[in-house]
Write a protein that binds this ligand. Structure first.
Ligand SMILES: [Zn+2]
Length: 377
């Protein structure tokens, strides 16, 4: 049985010779110098009419999965950051640009450090044989980890997942917080994995921004980082959601949320998606969710989220095995910018219909701790 999923964040990376998969530590966008197509196509249009098949596919074919060699893992160096890695402060919490959005959490790493996900280890990415149920934020050991929202610590130490052999738990030393607020009547939890040390105890009340421990490399890791999860309804591995839809974006930046499906509505897994700025040609990349224990947002039903994108106009590419389609899309600040793509219809920017459930803002919940066995230090 494989237990690599949730905590496997720290996956090995390709050797630096493979530019397409070579990840910078902070998922900073790279600049692609020679786009084949001209940039001046400013008229926003319904993309279904403008899905274009690129002629030369030789340079964009992708393997169906990321093939990673653990022996070639090199964890990023953190002393090489440049000023370009700076990001604006976050929108104030709770950030609710639409009734369906729920950016309730601050980032669990402070603003003076890299506090955004590694591009290669986003939610839903296939790591070993299971999709990743959280995001990984690269950070040096001993970097303070902050509570993403107010609540009560319900787990602190080893044994978040394993009841026995807790010191082999893939999450290592972990903290779980049951939050004071929920969404649509469901309890929210956040999970912090691979800590070096826990600074809170089970039952302790915490506020957003309180230090709960420090970054380490316990559990199933190949290097120090924070594995961060958002769970809704139940504090279980199977209740995760994409944290990028729950943590506030930087001011002036937005995110891309997409649903890429076949003609019959079946989700297309592990499809490479690129977003190329029409203004400075910065390239952002993502991969649609792998199949397995990951969950879509109840409203967006997405299988792709690409966060921390500066607002502006972009070309959006979907790299299918035998063709690439593209469209123009605008990333608006502070928003989840939605698109869908169905193979027979092309792109569509119509947001999903409301599911008829009345939105309720964060509501206080009984902070009573559930009866859970002590599992570790
Ligand atoms: Zn992880």
């Amino acid at each position: 049985m494989v237990f690599f999923w949730g905590a496997a964040g720290c996956q090995p990376q390709r050797p630096p010779t493979d530019r397409a998969l070579d990840s910078t530590p902070e998922s900073a966008p790279i600049t692609e110098p020679d786009l084949e197509e001209p940039l001046a196509t400013p008229t926003p249009v319904l993309a279904s009419e403008h899905a274009i098949i690129l002629e030369d596919q030789s340079s964009i074919s992708l393997p169906p999965t990321l093939e990673l060699d653990p022996l070639e893992f090199v964890f990023p160096a953190f002393d090489t950051q440049t000023i370009s890695l700076w990001r604006p402060p976050l929108y104030p919490l709770p950030w609710e640009p639409t009734p369906e959005d729920h950016f309730y959490f601050t980032r669990p790493i402070g603003a003076n450090d890299v506090n955004w996900p590694l591009a290669r280890y986003r939610y839903g990415y296939l790591l070993y044989s299971e999709p990743h149920t959280g995001i990984d934020i690269p950070a040096p050991k001993m970097t303070p980890i902050l509570a993403a929202g107010s609540g009560t610590v319900i787990h602190a130490g080893y044994g978040l997942y394993f009841v026995q052999d807790i010191y082999k738990d893939p999450y290592g030393i972990a903290v779980a917080i049951k939050h004071d607020f929920g969404f649509k009547g469901k309890v929210l939890y956040t999970v912090y994995g691979h800590l070096d040390r826990v600074d809170v105890y089970r039952g302790q009340r915490v506020n957003a921004g309180d230090v709960i421990g420090v970054v380490g490399e316990t559990g199933k890791v190949s290097g120090p980082h924070l594995h961060f999860e958002v769970r809704i309804g139940d504090n279980t591995f199977f209740s995760s959601r994409n944290p990028e839809l729950w943590i506030a974006p930087p001011v002036g930046w937005g995110m891309l949320v997409g649903q890429v499906v076949e003609s019959n509505g079946r989700r297309i897994p592990q499809l490479k998606v690129r977003l190329v700025s029409l203004e400075n040609r910065q390239v952002f990349e993502a991969i649609t969710y792998a199949q397995g224990s990951v969950n879509s947002d109840a409203y967006y039903s997405e299988n792709l989220v690409l966060g921390d994108i500066p607002e502006g106009k972009y070309l959006l590419y979907l790299d299918f095995k035998d063709q690439t389609v593209k469209t123009e899309i605008e990333i608006k600040a502070g928003q989840a910018n939605y698109f869908s793509y169905r193979s027979t219809r092309g792109f569509d920017f119509t947001r999903p219909a409301s599911k008829g459930v009345q939105f309720t803002p964060p509501e206080p919940l009984d902070p009573t701790i559930e009866a859970i066995p002590e599992t570790g230090s």
